[in-house]
Every structure is written in C-alpha cells, then in structure tokens.
Design a protein around this ligand. Structure first.
Ligand code: SAM
Length: 243
C-alpha cells in the first residue's frame, strides 16, 4: 500500500499525516459532513459550549485545520477574543484562511503553521488550548501534552475532542463495520482518495481510549482531568487545567 498505514513507524507517521491532509484539504469540510451525517457540528458546538469563551481571552486551537473550532469561538465572543489557529499543514491552513476571508472574520484571528509537539509560542501564553480531531494525528502524544501545559497560563483550560472508544457493544459493532468499509468507500467516491480514509479508520482504532488518555493528561501535569462521552463514546471530550 502506498500509504503504509498498516504498521506506521513513528518516523513515518508525520509524513503520512502530511500527505493525508494535503490530499483531503480541498474536500475536508464536505467529507466531515458526509461521513458524520453532520454530527461533527454538534460535537464541535459541545466543545465550544464547554469552553464558554469570553471576550478578551487568548485561545489557541491546535491542529485547527480549516478553522471550525476557531470560527465558533469567534462567533461566540463576537470577535473579541484573540484566537490562534495552529496547524502543521499549510494546505489545511490555506483552506481555513479562505473560509475566514469568505466570512469576513480575520480580525482577532491568527493562522500559524506549527507542530503540536513543539509549538511556536512562549510559555504561559494562552487562557485556553483546544484541539479537535487532532491529537490522534500527532506522532508523540506525550510531547504534545507537555506543550499544552507549557503554553497555558496557570489557571488555563485544556479541551480535547477526539474519536474514542465506543462504550455500547451493539453500536461498537455497527460503527466498526461502518468505519472500516463506508469511510474508505465514501473517501474514494467523493474525494477520490480511498487510502486517506483508511488512515482515518486506523488512526481512530489506535488512539488511546478514554481512561488511558486521561491518565496521559494527568501524567503531563494537567489537573482535574475529566471526560465526557458523546454519541456513545464515538467521540470523547477530555478536559483539564493547568494550575
Ligand atoms: N480541528 C479541525 C477540525 O476539527 O475540523 C481539523 C482536524 S483534522 C482531522 C486534523 C488536523 O491535524 C489536520 O489539519 C492536520 O494537518 C493537523 N495535524 C496533524 N499533525 C499535527 C501536528 N503534529 N501539529 C499540528 N497539527 C497537526
């Protein structure tokens, strides 16, 4: 397989992830709606509800891609928060920039190319750090979590929205079948790219389940770590604080 997604050694994961998002960037938003039947919008709304952003806050959305989380934060704060969208992939950021221009919302928004494992921000910069459907794409999750703690101010909030482990047995079986067969098929038809959507399935399967991710967050020095399942654990919202 050209993508080698079966067993991806750490050294190759970054370039694989780069290729996947280069390939899907143009169709990324459409594919999210199709694959999740629009439900990703509700998951993202729930994350921003939990964040409850206020005017004057300084927030970084890491792996922010085409801007979905940042635009929601911007809308809720009426452009009165400072938001940095940081993503390792310039192609995804370029789509995000076009969308921001279309919506006329560049004020208060900075688009920054950078790696979650080595963020281009000073210590104690942000009141909040969000990451949606990003952490599973990072090569070394522990390094990314250490960066979370570093760039947050004391009292700062961390929220992570990510695919997780389905907790309902029947739903789990349906979902496994769906994601192993329908995702690559849809990816092939709509984006002309079956392989990238097989990577999606693999990356979800390999991502640490709820308890494990919570333990890793605590390990990285985040406090009061909690999570909440959504859609039966298809997605989980983890939260923690830098104190
Ligand atoms: N947050 C957006 C959303 O929810 O629609 C985009 C999520 S998309 C599935 C994953 C994003 O993670 C891609 O834009 C990809 O470029 C980015 N990414 C992957 N590895 C990264 C890393 N090490 N640092 C920063 N961003 C990364």
């Amino acid at each position: 397989a050209p993508f080698g997604y079966r067993e991806v050694p750490a050294a190759e994961k970054a370039s694989l992830v780069r290729r996947v998002f280069d390939n899907v960037a143009a169709r990324y938003d459409l594919m999210n709606d199709l694959m999740s039947l629009g439900v990703h919008r509700l998951w993202k709304d729930a994350m921003v509800d939990a964040l409850a952003p206020r005017a004057g806050m300084s927030i970084v959305d890491v792996a922010g891609g085409t801007g979905d989380i940042a635009f929601r934060i911007h809308a809720r704060t009426r452009g009165e928060a400072r938001i940095a969208v940081c993503d390792i992939n310039p192609t995804m950021l370029a789509v995000g920039q076009d969308r921001a221009i279309d919506r006329g919302i560049l004020r208060g928004l900075a688009l920054v190319a950078g790696d979650a494992e080595a963020l281009p921000f000073a210590d104690r910069t942000f009141d909040a750090y969000t990451i949606a459907f990003g952490l599973r794409n990072v090569t070394h999750i522990e390094r990314a979590l250490a960066e979370v703690r570093r760039v947050l101010k004391p009292g700062g909030r961390f929220l992570c929205l990510e695919f997780s482990k389905v907790t309902l047995p029947l739903l789990g079986r349906i979902y496994d079948t769906y994601s192993a067969t329908m995702l690559p098929t849809l990816g092939g038809i709509v984006a002309g790219d079956r392989q990238s959507y097989r990577y999606l399935h693999e990356s979800i399967r390999r991502h640490p389940p709820q308890e494990k991710l919570a333990a890793m967050m605590a390990e990285a020095g985040l406090a009061r770590v909690t999570w909440r399942d959504m859609s039966g654990g298809i997605v989980a919202l983890h939260g923690g604080w830098r104190i």
